[in-house]
Design a protein around this ligand. Structure first.
Ligand code: G6P
Length: 525
């Protein structure tokens, strides 16, 4: 459980019961501007030249929809698809300030970056550099190399696109008749708050960081100019939110380490800098339980569930992840191999089903990691090729399901005896929460202590250190031989916890804190 008894509320104190009155009042008086790199929907161009849209399934979209009925909401996002770019250009030419897609309540403004700038911002700085830094993914004697190209990507890509975001947000704010409340999302936009603050000194700015925030020492692997610019800009926010209290504390220390004139107030979780105060808060993100359950009960998911009958065994281990180095997929398979070596009585009786979604294939490390996964799976399957039979054919210890198929992944989560979530570092890990909600076999979650979800789910899961292959193998054995009463008790505790700490609680807590802040400063009276 995350405890946050500071002035600013944490998500778990609020519960999922409803939007507090003051927060609702704030929403009714303001325009909420949400900004994130990936938008809530994508435009695609059809053969006849018309546009179709596809709505994203991410938690933030659901959370925001929950408050949109009280508010005049605008979403600012990068134009990422050809359809987005064409629609954004069309809007520019027509002088359309806000795009209102048909059949949708979402109102949008696109940031249309030039291709080179976007590549630097997304494929060189945000993903390989900031994402790798914040998940402690570097093999430091070899990476990163901050070279001429990195600096170019920083100056002409990250800085440029962050400035464009700020300009679009300010344009949206100025076009609105109500007071703007800006909620920025994630590591793509670290420089945006500073630029907005210069352009609109009185605006209310909040920034939520979905991924871990490492300690100041590790940030030293990033050049001083970059890390100081990030900290300086982040302190232009009124509130900065994190998934866990340890990320929040690291952020405070990182600002102190990198900037002159910072005054930390740990008791109230506040940072004073250049005459302003930034509150640092904890809002553990969650899932939309109703939506997840609806997809899991859909015909599509039920069809997949039936198909999965051919793959499950007396014992079934499942993992669901983006094919992403921070998820620690390779070590998970090594631990499974070690488990089979150590406990050969399980050979032929257990299957490991891994559902992996390819991700960020423009970044070399992700392509290499996918190769590493295929290699280790091939090696383990070959090693046990003649070890046992299942239904009259050679037993295959690991089945890889590659592709983005959400109903299939949810179908699998219903069926696990063990869910392996052994991330190296993870902001939250929503798969653990989806599994806890959906599993129908009193399955056990093996959870990395460095996943944000550990703060809430840890007491009812088996905990592992992400690099410890030997103990992870033991944990698989412990899970598969656990007393059924204990499995049932843990499962029901986890399900209850996820149901009460849902995604609405996450956004409500943030709006409530913004309402307290704006009331305190009498800004919105
Ligand atoms: C993960 C992280 C988010 C992040 C997103 C970006 O889901 O948890 O914090 O914003 O990746 O993914 P993308 O596919 O847009 O690069």
């Amino acid at each position: 459980m995350v405890h946050d008894t500071q002035h600013v509320n944490s998500g778990d104190e609020i519960g999922g019961n409803g939007l507090p009155g003051s927060a609702r009042e704030l929403l009714e008086k303001t325009t909420l501007i949400i900004a994130s790199n990936r938008g809530p929907l994508e435009f695609h161009i059809e053969e006849d030249g018309s546009y179709s849209t596809k709505r994203g399934s991410g938690g933030v979209v659901t959370a925001v929809s929950a408050v949109s009925r009280y508010n005049d909401l605008i979403w600012v996002a990068s134009a990422m698809t050809d359809g987005d770019r064409a629609r954004a250009r069309e809007a520019d030419e027509a002088g359309e300030v806000i795009i209102s897609p048909p059949d949708s309540d979402i109102r949008l403004r696109f940031v249309l970056a030039d291709e080179d700038a976007y590549d630097g911002y997304y494929n060189r700085i945000s993903n390989p550099l900031l994402w790798f830094l914040q998940h402690y993914l570097w093999d430091t004697p070899r990476s990163p190399d901050i070279d001429k190209e990195t600096w170019r990507a920083w100056r002409d890509g990250y800085v440029t696109v962050n400035r464009q975001f700020a300009e679009e947000i300010v344009a949206a704010a100025r076009a609105s008749k109500r007071k703007p409340l800006v909620m920025l999302q994630d590591y793509h936009l670290y420089l945006t708050p500073g630029i907005i603050r210069e352009m609109m000194p009185d605006v209310t700015l909040q920034h939520f960081i979905h991924i871990p925030w490492p300690d100041p020492d590790y940030w030293q692997l990033l050049p001083r100019e970059m890390r100081s610019a990030i900290c300086d800009s982040m302190l232009a926010n009124d509130i900065v939110g994190f998934q866990t209290s340890s990320h929040a504390r690291s952020f405070m220390n990182t600002c102190d380490f990198n900037l002159d004139g910072v005054d930390l107030d740990y008791r109230h979780r506040e940072i004073h800098y250049r005459g302003r105060t930034t509150k640092v808060a904890v809002y553990p993100i969650s899932i939309d339980c109703d939506a997840v359950e609806a997809v899991a009960a859909s015909e599509d998911a039920l069809r997949h569930e039936e198909h999965l009958n051919a793959f499950v065994n007396e014992f079934t281990i499942v993992r669901v992840d983006r094919a992403e180095p921070s998820k620690n997929i390779v070590r998970g398979f090594l631990a499974y191999d070690r488990f089979l070596e150590k406990f050969p009585e399980f050979i032929g009786r257990v299957n490991f089903l891994a559902f992996l979604v390819p991700s960020r294939l423009e970044v070399l490390e992700y392509v290499d990691y996918l190769d590493d996964i295929n290699t280790v799976v091939g090696r383990i399957n070959t090693k046990y090729a003649n070890a046992a039979e299942q239904d009259g054919v050679a037993w295959q210890p690991i089945s890889l399901f590659i592709g983005d198929d959400y109903p299939r992944a949810l179908a699998a989560l219903k069926r696990y005896d063990v869910l392996l979530v052994n991330a190296i570092f993870d902001g939250m890990n929503l798969v653990a929460k989806e599994g806890a909600l959906l599993n129908q076999q009193d399955g056990v979650i093996i959870l990395s202590e460095a996943a944000g979800a550990y703060q809430q789910l840890g007491p009812h899961s088996l905990t592992v250190s992400s690099t410890d292959i030997e103990s992870t193998a033991e944990a698989i054995h412990t899970a598969l031989t656990m007393n059924p009463d204990k499995r049932a008790a843990w499962s029901s505790e986890l399900r209850e916890l996820v149901r009460t700490q849902n995604i609405r609680a996450w956004i409500y807590a943030q709006i409530d804190d913004l309402a307290k802040l704006t009331t305190a400063t009498r800004e919105y009276r």
